[in-house]
Design a protein around this ligand. Structure first.
Ligand code: GDP
Ligand code: MG
Length: 163
C-alpha cells in the first residue's frame, strides 16, 4: 500500500525544490491532458524506506494577476482531490501572507489531510515565520529546508503512518 502526497502552496515557497529532492531523477509520469502538463507534475518519491507518489503544483508562476487566484484555486483543488495527504508549504522567511491564508482556506473547505511545512527554515531568520505558521490552525509546522535537506526526518515521521 502506498499513498499520494500533493505539495501545495503559493508560488516561490519551495514546492518544486522539495519535489525534486524527493523524486531525484525518477520523474516518471506527467499528466498528458492538454494544457495541464506544466501545471501538475507527478513523480515517484523516496524518503528513507518510504515509497510514495508526489504531485507538484506548478504553472502558477506565469499566470497573470487577474487569473492567478482562480487558477491557484482550481489547480490546488485538483491536486488535493488526487492526493491522500497534502503538504501545505509556506515560506518561513516571508512569514504567513494573505495568499497563504487563501490556500489554508481551500484546504480547510476540502477537509484535506494536511501536513504543514514552514520551508526556508534554515537559520534563525526563519524563527518568527515558523511561529506565525502555528496561527494557520493547521497543526504544528514541520521546520523544513528543502534546499539544504533539513527537516526531512520530521517529514518522514509525519508520512510514515500513511505507508
Ligand atoms: P515553488 O514556486 O513553490 O515551486 O518554489 P521553488 O522550488 O521554485 O523555489 C523558489 C525559490 O526558493 C528558489 O530560488 C529556491 O532556490 C528557493 N528555495 C527553495 N527551498 C529553499 C530553502 O529551503 N531555503 C532557501 N533559503 N531557499 C529555498
Ligand atoms: Mg514550482
Amino acid at each position: 500500500m502506498s499513498f499520494t502526497l500533493a505539495i501545495v502552496g503559493r508560488p516561490n515557497v519551495g514546492k518544486s525544490t522539495l519535489f525534486n529532492r524527493l523524486v531525484g531523477k525518477r520523474l516518471a509520469l506527467v499528466d498528458d491532458q492538454p494544457g495541464v502538463t506544466r501545471d501538475l507534475r507527478e513523480g515517484e518519491a523516496r524518503l528513507g524506506d518510504l515509497r510514495f507518489t508526489v504531485i507538484d503544483t506548478a504553472g502558477l508562476e506565469e499566470a497573470t494577476d487577474d487569473s492567478l487566484q482562480g487558477r491557484m484555486r482550481r489547480l490546488t483543488e485538483r491536486a488535493v482531490d488526487m492526493a491522500d495527504v497534502c503538504l501545505f508549504m509556506i515560506d518561513a522567511r516571508a512569514g504567513v501572507t494573505p495568499s497563504d491564508e487563501v490556500f489554508a482556506n481551500i484546504l480547510r473547505k476540502r477537509s484535506a489531510h494536511v501536513i504543514l511545512a514552514a520551508n526556508k527554515a534554515e537559520g534563525a531568520a526563519a524563527d518568527a515565520g515558523v511561529f506565525e505558521a502555528y496561527g494557520l490552525g493547521l497543526g504544528e509546522p514541520i521546520r523544513l529546508s528543502a534546499e539544504h535537506g533539513e527537516g526531512l526526518n520530521e517529514l518522514y515521521a509525519a508520512l510514515m503512518p500513511l505507508a
